[in-house]
Design a protein around this ligand. Structure first.
Ligand code: G4P
Ligand code: MG
Length: 182
């Protein structure tokens, strides 16, 4: 169902990030810095800091310019000129909430690679299993999606108006899923 929604609560976000932190440790990837893609990557990145305690740099990339006009390509709305040196030669953990078309993520990776990091790993809460508009360049050897889901619209807690209702909707969704898989 295309208009089906996939609800994610704050507790789920926290637990997904905790699981990803463990995966980083298990795969011996020890990042020097976190780069968060705003705004969706901000809260996951902050939770990750709780587990791996690395500095966070924030970048803003959007399909919508600051003038809110839709564009067909991602553009930088905030960038990290002054921290270029923080990226050079470093292991970077790039965090966003969702890998949808991959356009924003791949663009951001391309820009960060210009600063010659030692490595960039990409981490997202959800990867939508669908045909992507672009691929990651071969420099991306580590990709950590916490969940792989279909092409559904994800409802994140930070977009909720009524967080109690949002949390209940997630619970109902998980119960439906559990009864279907019985
Ligand atoms: P990608 O590289 O991560 O796949 O992102 P893509 O350019 O395809 O996404 C365009 C915008 O749509 C992004 O927002 C992304 O977060 C948002 N988006 C895509 N799928 C979903 C979804 O299922 N649920 C929600 N809530 N958002 C989705 P953005 O321009 O980065 O804005 P922001 O919300 O991060 O500030
Ligand atoms: Mg985003």
């Amino acid at each position: 169902m295309k208009d089906e929604k996939y609800y994610v609560s704050y507790n789920t976000v926290h637990n997904l990030v905790k699981g990803l932190a463990q995966k980083l440790i298990d795969s011996s990837f020890n990042p020097d810095v976190i780069v968060a893609i705003g705004s969706g990557g901000f809260i996951p990145a902050r939770i990750m800091k709780t587990f791996i305690n690395r500095p966070i740099y924030a970048v803003g990339i959007s399909y919508y310019g600051v003038d809110k006009k839709h564009k067909n390509y991602p553009t930088k709305i905030q960038w990290i000129d002054e921290v270029q040196e923080q990226i050079r030669g470093k292991k970077v953990l790039l965090i966003d909430e969702v890998d949808d078309t991959r356009a924003t993520l791949a663009y951001c990776v391309g820009e960060l690679l210009k600063y010659k990091p030692e490595e960039i790993a990409v981490l997202v809460l959800q990867n939508k299993l669908k045909e992507k508009d672009v691929n990651f360049p071969p420099e991306i050897k580590r990709y950590y999606p916490a969940q792989e889901i279909g092409d559904l619209w994800i409802k994140y807690p930070w977009d909720a108006d009524d967080i109690e209702e949002h949390t209940k909707l997630e619970k109902a969704m998980l119960e439906r899923q559990a009864s279907r898989s019985k």
